[in-house]
Design a protein. Structure first.
Length: 334
């Protein structure tokens, strides 16, 4: 959780523990997408989110002897415990959260929203118990995402919430508002959201945690392609989406890759508000989104400009080596 003060991280962990007192968290828990399986070596190539001190990246992992390679497939979204003592690191207790190719259809009455669409005026309730609607925020640029307070993994919903804390600090004083809508409206009532927000030092004047009538909230979530479904082992399984809404209520950006950085979102929000913004951060975010759009979720977590520079550097070195080899072979044959 880069840029998040230690006390916020500690408070967030405490809030998660209170929301799910009976859950046991592994010290090193990984979430990622299986890109390639190497059955002969009992290994897998996984594009993973950050865990512990390890940043999000693509790595080769050895699967523990108790893991059935046939139970895991390329494209699966997995959760696993990580043992970094060996080389490569070992994954155990592998759980497939979302099998490859699985998608959940939207309810027939729900229209999926995308960039260019207007935000619907759903009636919600804020963490302070007051009526709330996104229509109330016209004139402000809004950053919207989805979480639930009983999320059992601090590297998932709590990570998004922690990034929002950083956004609150970086966007303070501007025409911006942050909104987190619950995925668990039956449990996440205003009092629960207020306590969760207090742990994050959320300022209700700038940051709303929203709930409401369960059907209304779940229909609203579904309009962004997010349809949570319960799993007794992991809680709610759901996709991620962070949305930037312009001052007129029109969606300006929709980000499905959860590895965005606060600086990238600040640049996107300032651009949507027609304010000066960092072009490098905007380009980095755009490049990450295009990578996911072209290659699918197998590259979720692509770090944009940095990864592009690395790929180009590798390509340049490899090309140089091949040219030199070719010249050497040609000179010998001559």
């Amino acid at each position: 959780m880069n840029h998040v003060p230690r006390r916020i991280a500690a408070a967030l962990a405490l809030a998660s523990a209170v929301a799910a007192p009976h859950s046991a968290m592994a010290a090193q828990r990984l979430h990622g997408t299986v890109l390639t399986l190497l059955p002969a070596k009992h290994e897998a190539v996984v594009r993973h989110d950050a865990y512990g001190d390890m940043p999000g990246m693509t790595m080769v992992f050895r699967l523990s002897p108790g893991t059935d390679v046939k139970s895991v497939h390329e494209g699966d979204l997995i959760q696993a415990d990580v043992d970094d003592a060996g080389d490569p690191a070992v994954l155990s207790n592998v759980v497939v959260l979302v099998p490859a190719g699985i998608s959940r259809p939207l309810p027939s009455h729900v229209h999926l929203l995308d960039v260019g669409d207007a935000i619907p005026p759903a009636q919600m309730i804020s963490q302070t118990g007051k009526p709330f609607s996104l229509a109330d925020l016209r004139g402000k640029t809004v950053v919207l995402a989805f979480i639930y307070t009983r999320c059992r993994d601090p590297r998932m919903c709590p990570l998004i919430a922690a990034k929002f804390h950083t956004l609150q600090e970086k966007l303070k004083g501007g025409p911006f508002h942050l909104v987190l809508v619950t995925l668990d409206p039956e449990f996440d009532r205003p009092g629960v959201l207020y306590a969760y927000g207090a742990a994050l030092e959320a300022d209700p004047a700038m940051w709303t945690l929203a709930t409401g009538d369960p059907q209304t909230i779940l229909d609203f979530d579904a309009r962004f392609g997010i349809i949570p479904f319960p799993d007794e082992k992991v809680g709610l399984i759901h996709t991620e989406r962070t949305v930037v809404i312009g001052p007129t209520g029109i969606i300006r950006n929709a980000i499905d890759d959860p590895s965005w950085t606060p600086d990238e979102l600040v640049a996107a929000a300032r651009s949507a508000a027609d304010m000066p913004s960092n072009p490098v951060e905007r380009f980095d975010l755009w490049l990450s989104q295009k990578a996911v759009a072209l290659c699918g979720n197998s590259v979720a977590g692509f770090s944009g400009l940095l990864d592009l520079v690395i790929v180009l550097a590798i390509f340049t070195v490899a090309t140089t080596v091949l040219v030199r080899i070719a010249r050497h072979l040609f000179s010998e044959s001559a």
